[in-house]
Design a protein around this ligand. Structure first.
Ligand SMILES: [Cu+2]
Length: 266
């Protein structure tokens, strides 16, 4: 009887939980604008789906066990406190815990890492748009070596990032250094973060790092503040203001913008 009651309560709560994950899962990330962000979102939904029944099992046990196995004060006095072990239950619990941990290590952890390493392989970067990103206290510079744009600026002279939708982008990330055209000295550690792209990469002086992104929607910072470059590593008093506007546009609009940058001498 106990078992049936527990089982029914567990199934009902788990189904409610799964329904909650279906309803709220797509909102775990505020806004997604790249396949990489969608992969991250799907990974967290997968984890929540899997963990919901386990979560409710533990919660129900915490409620059920003290109620069901409660001893009266008199019994405790007469028999003393006794502990009993359900060996098969403990064995199953430990085995399942290990299996769940191994599963999560393989998927999504290892599978996502492999996917990320694969995206950096030269054969997967054919036709990719290369964007040179230079971080310095406290601004971002963007260059497009394939298009002869060295410092992309908007008409007001602010640094700006334009990306064509549906084309793989390879960001080449550097902190301001001696090899840079404006260099005076070494800069500090920054972190390149566009929240809507779901990835973040530290920018370390003296190192070159890469991030590959596939933008999926036409949008911009004005439409959604999650679509902006934001420094995500404390780098001095100007750190919170170290951001730049991002525009994800159609192919034609991108080429038009490149032409305008040439005209402006950027
Ligand atoms: Cu910074």
């Amino acid at each position: 009887m106990d078992l049936i009651l527990f089982g029914v309560a567990w199934v009902i709560l788990s189904l409610l939980g799964e329904w909650g994950v279906s309803a709220w899962g797509p909102h775990f990330y505020y806004f997604t604008a790249s396949t990489q962000a969608l992969d991250g979102l799907n990974a967290s939904i997968f984890l929540f789906r899997f963990l919901t029944p386990i979560f409710f099992f533990v919660v129900l046990m915490l409620i059920f066990v003290p109620l069901r196995f409660k001893h009266r004060e008199a019994t405790v006095k007469a028999q003393g406190r006794r502990a009993r072990t359900n060996r098969p239950f403990v064995a199953i619990w430990i085995t399942v815990s290990i299996l769940v941990n191994v599963l999560f290590f393989l998927h999504p952890t290892t599978s996502a890492a492999e996917q990320q390493f694969d995206s950096l392989l030269p054969q997967n970067l054919h036709g990719a748009l290369i964007v040179d990103v230079t971080a310095r206290q406290w601004e971002w510079h963007f260059g497009y070596p394939q298009y002869g744009v060295t410092a992309a600026k908007d008409p007001n002279g602010n640094d700006v990032l334009y990306l064509p939708v549906g084309r793989t982008v390879e960001f080449v990330l550097r902190s301001y250094d001696f090899n840079h055209p404006y260099a005076l000295g070494l800069d500090v550690i920054h972190s390149f973060w566009i929240p809507a792209f779901g990835e973040k990469e530290d920018v370390i002086p003296g190192e070159t790092r890469y991030e590959v992104i596939d933008p999926t929607v036409i949008t911009s910072t004005e439409q959604n503040p999650m679509v902006r470059v934001q420094c995500a590593e404390v780098c001095g008093p100007g750190h919170p203001y170290m951001y730049a506007a991002v525009h994800i546009v159609s192919d034609q609009a991108f080429l038009k913008w490149v032409a305008a940058e040439h005209k402006a001498g950027n």
